[in-house]
Design a protein around this ligand. Structure first.
Ligand code: AFP
Length: 354
């Protein structure tokens, strides 16, 4: 059998590099690994696991699925004993949750315990999303503002996939690496080292039922893709929409693509659908570490200063050249330029021609 690198061996190797990986952070990643194994087991039991969870309307105003509750509890139980973790913020909890066993409180964990859970009844791939931040120096009492750090401050980000195979995709700031669970031995093995996103793509992902609510730059971009060979791009595009961000991002890591959940007028008060701290930021760090780009359409997501724990944000991420094209369209729109196809902006010699 070819030599296979376990997640533990990978973390040990990272501790031998310069700068060395902090053993406390390695320990936290191992706790995340254990939580993902427990959640994978619960998710794989599907409705058989539902009997044990009482649900409610969560802080997002959304009806919880039983497995949302079970997954959240599994992360909390696994992290309860992590002495390096000062506290956590979860999509399923209103405020910060202090870790009672915390000894040196060096890190903060922000997570979405089960992303894509509206797909659970459909047996579609779902996953968990994790973001790790440093706790401010000398903090003893956990406060919400401790978590309000821009995405560039993350020291690690990861997401799991509970699908045909169970995977963990991880960045520690030195590239993006994918691990696959060997259920027979209960161990994650390195199967996708150094994932890289192609700079160009012919595939976009967006929930097209929201088209009437999009801003003109997004409507123009999607229209160009749909026109394909007969339009200004001169090539045909493919479209995907899984409605599970973890599945969309993994596809982009494997074969490129651009994912859009843009600002829309459907509910202007929300500022987007996806949550900044535990969806957009960890996924943006992973995408950038793999050579892609991630923007609101108007600014780099990792540089956005958070103001609330559960705030939402527009997300456009994936193959760098397509994200940059979409940013150019937003800039042209904000300058008051005409984005219609008759506009000279999109004439044959336009800088916007593909
Ligand atoms: P759920 O966790 O409520 O299923 O939401 C999943 C998600 O946050 C993200 O994973 C998807 O990309 C997006 O919402 C799907 O949104 P639509 O249901 O509006 O397509």
């Amino acid at each position: 059998m070819a030599h296979r690198v376990t997640l533990s061996a990978f973390l040990l190797n990272e501790r031998r590099k310069t700068p060395a990986l902090d053993p406390a952070l390695a320990g936290l990643i191992k706790d995340i690994e254990v939580a993902c194994k427990y959640i994978a087991a619960a998710v794989s039991r599907g409705k058989l696991a539902e009997a044990k969870a009482s649900t409610r309307i969560n802080i997002q105003g959304e009806e919880q699925k039983p497995l949302d509750v079970i997954a959240n509890e599994l992360v909390l139980q696994t992290c309860e004993s992590c002495e390096h973790l000062l506290g956590v913020v979860s999509e399923e909890l209103e405020g910060p949750y202090p870790i009672p066993e915390s000894r040196d409180g060096r890190y903060l964990l922000v997570y979405d315990p089960l992303d894509g859970s509206s797909n659970l009844d459909l047996n579609v791939t779902v996953g968990s999303i994790f973001s790790v931040l440093r706790a401010p120096e000398g903090v003893k009492e956990l406060k919400p503002e401790h978590f309000l750090q821009p995405g560039v401050s993350q020291v690690a980000a990861a997401f799991s996939l509970y699908g045909p195979s169970v995977m963990l995709v991880l960045t520690l700031g030195r590239g993006v690496h994918g691990f696959t669970l060997d259920r027979e031995v209960g161990t994650f093995f390195l199967t996708h080292p150094d994932l890289r996103i192609p700079e160009d793509t012919r595939e976009f992902a967006i929930n097209a039922s929201n088209e009437r609510f999009w801003e003109p730059p997004v409507r123009h971009y999607v229209e160009e893709c749909k026109l394909g060979k007969s339009g200004p791009r001169g090539v045909d595009f493919n479209m995907r929409w899984v409605a599970s961000m973890v599945a969309e991002v993994f596809r982009i890591l494997i074969r490129g693509g651009v994912f859009l959940y843009p600002r829309d007028t459907k509910d202007p008060s929300k500022g987007g659908r996806l949550r900044l701290l535990y969806e957009a930021n960890p996924m943006s760090l992973i995408v950038e570490q793999a050579g892609g780009a991630s923007s609101t359409g108007r600014e780099r997501i990792l540089e956005v200063q958070p103001t609330e724990l559960h705030q939402r944000i527009p997300v456009i991420l994936g193959s760098r050249n397509e994200v940059e094209r979409l940013v150019r369209y937003h800039q042209a729109y904000d300058r008051g330029e005409d984005l219609s196809f008759k506009s000279p902006l999109f004439a044959s010699r336009s800088i916007y021609k593909s």
